[in-house]
Design a protein around this ligand. Sequence first.
Ligand SMILES: C[S@@+](CC[C@H](N)C(=O)[O-])C[C@H]1O[C@@H](n2cnc3c(N)ncnc32)[C@H](O)[C@@H]1O
Length: 180
Amino acid sequence: MTDKDREKWDSKYLKNLGGDDPSLILKDFFFLASPGKALDIACGNGRNSLFLAQKGFHVDAVDISTVALNHLAGRNQRITAICQDMDTWNIPKNRYEIVVNVRFLDRRLFPMIQDGLKPGGVLIFESFTGGKNQDYCLKKNELLHAFLSFHIVYYEEKNAPHSDKFDQTICLVAIKKTQA
Ligand SMILES: C[S@@+](CC[C@H](N)C(=O)[O-])C[C@H]1O[C@@H](n2cnc3c(N)ncnc32)[C@H](O)[C@@H]1O
């Protein structure tokens, strides 16, 4: 993450913060997680953090954009807004009942997500494939393979007709096994 990237996201959010509707996959599967702590990776305007906080979770909401986090701060006391660069921030180990990673990709985080979840913890992941920049795009089946040690509850690669940048949306819901 460069200062330019941060400025790009800040100016995007200054123009349009986006709506509060949570991701569909989160709405459909959050119930699999026990009550407790949640991590929302690259939370943006916090739509998914707000949803989880309303469901009773205590949410660590991390993003690089101060504009987005200033908007989120104070909206729900169960949310801790953390302004950090996910390229360098380390996920605390064995801490979360649920980790949400929606429309963001940093492969460095894959092992940390695994360690950050408590046994039985739930991963909700949504990202894209088929774009020009491979750094921001999953390969087919890549996400599935990255979390094969988990119990896979749901996996889908589907067309993303709403996006002009990407061909497909990839969704994964997986539970960290309680025993190896
Ligand atoms: C497409 S938005 C998705 C936001 C949110 N997850 C959602 O689904 O509404 C991508 C987010 O990633 C954040 N971001 C990009 N690079 C980041 C980094 N290195 N560390 C933390 N956040 C980052 C941006 O500020 C932006 O809010």
